[in-house]
Design a protein around this ligand. Structure first.
Ligand code: HEC
Length: 418
């Protein structure tokens, strides 16, 4: 998929239109149908997710660690280089073992490009970008959920667990403890900026033993892993809360899925710093955002879950979006625009019903889109003064286009710095 770099400083409306096109493109694709084997064997479906997550994790390591070998020639560098090539081999093998999807061939080619770049000792930026692009494509291709089904837990929730199970190797402040096998320094900002919160969550993986044995993380629940990821991210967080204006400027980064899936290193400097703080304090980041922005983010997540074949998670997130995003402002909207308030309430109910009764897939996806549009209208009604809201919403809509959308979005944002 070739990306067109848009010209600088696009007018907000154009941004919006562009993002709608991307969303429409993403939505217009046929959801990949499960194979017979996947239908009959539920465990097969589960293991697909585990395998995809593992491959994404390997790619994120390549992206983060290659910069250490980019210049040197000593034996340590050669060793690390061999290890990174080994990661590419492993990802290729994993991909070959996954069920075929349209787009897999292209992904295989991107992995070849990545390997070539590593072998030719390309610059760190090129390798980082190729590895992350491949990871995003892979996640999009197999609809891997990279944001928690619930709202992100706070660091407090994971701190006791961290002290009990992690600090003997990773230290109380995230610096590796002498005498352990650990090199990783969680307080190293530039390295940590290369990981999304999801990448950290993914490294604390109970399904594999190559990083941590089962005694360390074999029994952790998904919620505990997210709480630990937030703790780990906290070691590299800037000391001060970012200015509130940044939350308005980058609304997609204070709410899920953005706060969990975006790698700070991909962002302009101000957004990068801010995201490193927001993801360490997800509750406070959430509170900075208009509840309907939260609702729209959760609706996107629900839609991703649904398109990935997990209608239980989709239903759950749909309800969560209603409770956490719409309920807090429904009476305010009722007073401002009763017709719209009623319409949204009804659409929410209908969609819940449709998912429960296992209605046709394309209809469900369509209604997700209609509901999101209505929520956006409501948000605009309640906060018309929010400067640059259309940019904000354009960004949020781009989130819905998952993987590929992110890349485009990042390209849209980047020129703004200059
Ligand atoms: C026995 C020592 C040990 C313990 C205990 C341990 N880890 Fe690790 N951890 C490692 C090693 C070794 C690595 C591989 C990366 C490296 O070389 O530093 C690693 C890697 C990681 C990474 C990947 C990030 C990166 O920068 O590479 C994360 C995240 C992580 N550990 C979190 C945790 C958490 C959370 C706990 C507690 C549940 C924990 N670890 C407990 C040894 C340990």
């Amino acid at each position: 998929m070739p990306y067109q770099r848009p010209s600088r400083s696009l007018p907000p409306t154009l941004l919006l239109v562009l993002s709608l096109c991307v969303s429409a493109w993403a939505l217009g694709r046929e959801p990949a149908l499960p194979t017979q084997a996947e239908i009959t064997e539920e465990s097969a479906e589960e293991s697909t997710e585990v395998l995809v997550a593992r491959a994404v994790s390997q790619l994120s390591y390549i992206a983060a660690d290659y910069s250490q070998v980019a210049t040197g020639e000593n034996s340590g560098d050669m060793q690390l280089l061999a290890q990174l090539r080994g990661h590419v081999d492993e990802v290729e093998a994993l991909l070959a073992s996954l069920p075929d999807r349209p787009g897999r061939g292209q992904l295989t080619r991107s992995l070849k490009d990545l390997r070539t770049a590593i072998e030719r000792r390309a610059d760190a930026e090129t390798v980082r970008r190729r590895a992350n692009t491949a990871a995003d494509r892979l996640a999009a291709l197999y609809q891997l959920p990279r944001s928690p089904a619930e709202l992100l837990p706070t660091a407090e929730e994971g701190r006791g667990l961290y002290r009990a199970r992690c600090s003997r190797c990773h230290g109380d402040a995230g610096a590796s403890v002498a005498g352990t096998a650990v090199n990783a320094d969680f307080a190293d900002r530039s390295r940590m900026a290369g990981f999304s919160l999801y990448d950290l969550y993914n490294a604390i993986d109970p399904h594999r033993d190559d990083v941590h044995g089962p005694v360390i993380d074999g029994d952790l629940s998904s919620r505990q892993r997210w709480a630990l990821a937030v703790v780990v991210a906290g070691f590299a967080a800037p000391p001060r809360m970012p200015p509130l204006g940044l939350a308005k400027r980058y609304p997609g980064l204070v709410v899920q899925p953005g706060v969990a899936t975006v790698r700070p290193a991909e962002l302009p400097q101000d957004a990068r710093q801010a995201l490193m703080w927001w993801r360490a304090y997800p509750q406070r980041a959430r509170d900075m955002q208009h509840p309907l922005t939260r609702a729209a983010g959760l609706l996107q997540q629900a839609q991703t879950a649904f398109r990935g074949g997990d209608s239980a998670a989709a239903y759950h997130q749909l309800v969560l979006a209603q409770r956490e995003g719409f309920a807090p402002v429904s009476s305010e909207l009722e007073a401002r625009d009763p017709a719209l308030a009623r319409q949204i309430t009804r659409q929410w109910q209908d969609l819940r019903q449709l998912i429960l009764s296992q209605g046709p897939e394309n209809e469900v996806v369509e209604r997700f889109q209609t509901l999101t549009t209505a929520v956006i209208r409501a948000r605009n009604q309640l906060q018309p003064s929010a400067r640059g809201w259309s940019d904000g919403w354009a960004i949020l809509l781009l989130v819905s286009a998952a993987g590929v959308g992110w890349l485009l979005w990042i390209k849209l944002l980047r020129p703004r710095r200059r």
